[in-house]
Design a protein around this ligand. Structure first.
Ligand code: NAD
Length: 286
């Protein structure tokens, strides 16, 4: 297939590379030149802009930071896409933005899906992402082969915007686990217990999780290179809090996690990995 790929950052770069590996023709665009050159070196093609990435494409994927970037790029995708184009926005954005994009795309004959992902940079590199898809079932079926080159758990979760709502739920769980692992490390160290031994036991028991499995050692070593930046998780907690308000439900722990992430940002850790929530919990105790 001819695939246009827009947004070649920490996630989009390896995802586009996996599509090249799977035998697709991938024309990539990013506002920054370096990732486009990296994709071209791996066998992709460098597009000169969004229209150039979209024209002639069977599928267009966007992997952009936030709702404003999708609001800027999506109308260009719709304007330059051929009728029947499959447009997969895999960024994490507000559900209402995804619903609007889907409506405007449908009016122009473009099939849009929201397909945000979980699994982090490792999942993007290894093509083991979990992908939650919102939109028309028929468009989901058509997108399945392309999504299969990017992830292993791929689920149609409902109509347009539903993928983003599931992603918001994912992010509040991930933020909560990071916050509690940070508290566990602070407790163990303050009590004179080796945190490596302590978290090794936790990882093998009921408290075990992918986060403990993959991140406990880097957290204990205070290695916070992203990964997933605090700034992006702050954006996602905002989406989760807004989604709760829209649904009319109270999520008290989500509110606390959102404040913890906001504190990490206020303390200047926005460009660190979200595991740097440990720095906030430590500062509360020194
Ligand atoms: P990133 O900042 O590394 O990448 C975003 C890329 O988009 C950058 O290369 C940037 O130059 C480019 N860009 C920005 N505006 C653009 C525009 N108007 N046109 C073209 N390119 C533009 O971010 P990321 O970590 O790859 O995350 C991308 C999305 O995926 C976010 O919504 C994030 O929440 C989500 N996500 C990230 C992770 C992770 O672990 N990093 C995991 C799951 C989901």
């Amino acid at each position: 297939m001819n695939i246009g790929f827009i947004g070649l950052g920490i996630m989009g770069g390896p995802m586009a590379a996996n599509l090249v590996k799977a035998g697709h023709t991938v024309r990539g665009h990013d506002v920054s030149a370096a990732p486009v050159e990296r994709l071209a070196a791996l066998g992709g093609e460098a597009a000169t802009g969004v229209p150039d990435a979209v024209e002639g494409a069977d599928v267009v994927i966007t992997m952009l930071p936030d709702s404003p970037q999708v609001e800027e790029v999506a109308p260009l995708v719709v304007a330059h896409g051929r009728p029947g184009l499959l447009y997969l926005d895999m960024s994490t954005i507000r559900p209402e933005t995804s619903r609007r994009v889907a409506r405007e795309a449908a009016a122009a004959g473009v099939r849009a899906l929201d397909a945000p992902v979980s699994g982090g940079e490792r999942g993007a590199v290894d093509a083991t992402l979990s992908i939650m898809v919102g939109g028309e079932k028929e468009a989901y079926e058509a997108a399945r082969p392309v999504l299969g080159a990017l992830g292993t758990t791929i689920v149609h979760v409902g109509p347009a915007g539903a993928g983003q709502t599931v992603k918001a739920a994912n992010q509040l769980v991930v933020g909560g686990i990071y916050g509690l692992v940070a508290e566990a490390i602070v407790l163990l160290e303050a009590s004179g217990v080796d945190p490596v031994a302590g978290l090794d036991v936790l990882a093998g028991g009921l408290a075990g999780s992918r986060i403990l499995e993959l991140k406990r050692h880097t957290m204990i070593r205070r290695e916070f290179a992203p990964g997933f930046r605090i700034d992006l998780h702050h954006k996602d907690m905002g989406i989760a809090v807004a989604a709760a308000r829209e649904a009319g439900v109270a999520l008290p722990l989500t509110g606390q996690v959102a404040q913890l992430v906001a504190a990490a940002r206020a303390q200047g850790h926005g460009s660190l990995d979200h595991s740097a929530l440990l720095k906030v919990v430590e500062r509360l105790n020194t």
